[in-house]
Design a protein around this ligand. Structure first.
Ligand SMILES: [Zn+2]
Ligand SMILES: [Zn+2]
Length: 138
């Protein structure tokens, strides 16, 4: 189903490195946005923090990964479905469960044009819906 790691790296013109391939593997496997620590815990190899952080930056710069901040400071990363620089994939809402902390990407969501002042233009936006996930609601 999901695009192969090799294909994703090729489309975004990135060379394959062990850490990039490993991290993409983790991000492809989940439908959640993960923190740096959550990603690190699932990697096959224990890369140092700088390598993990640099790889995340590279993915973000390439439009392969986007991030969302919850609880003021907690940054979560998720695979972008398309090249976010071209298709505005970053413009979607996220659901944040206040109990277990999981963050999931929701489908695209358009802000109501009417609330944008005249002659202003929207480039990007962040919408986080806080609540309880199905598991925590049960
Ligand atoms: Zn939950
Ligand atoms: Zn997302």
């Amino acid at each position: 189903m999901s695009k192969s790691i090799k294909e994703l790296l090729r489309v975004h013109k990135l060379n394959k490195t062990p850490c990039r391939a490993d991290m993409l593997g983790v991000l492809i496997e989940t439908d959640r946005a993960l923190s740096e620590q959550e990603i690190k815990e699932q990697l096959a190899y224990d890369y140092d923090r700088v390598t993990v952080f640099r790889t995340l930056r590279t993915f973000i710069d390439a439009g392969l990964v986007h991030h969302v901040t919850v609880n003021m400071h907690e940054v979560k990363y998720a695979l972008s479905k398309r090249d976010s620089r071209q298709n505005g994939d970053n413009a979607h809402a996220h659901f944040h469960c206040e109990t277990c902390g999981q963050v999931v990407c929701l489908g695209s969501f358009s802000p109501d044009e009417a609330v944008i002042p005249e002659h202003f233009s929207v480039k990007d936006y962040e919408l986080i819906i806080n609540g309880l996930c199905a598991k925590c609601n049960a």
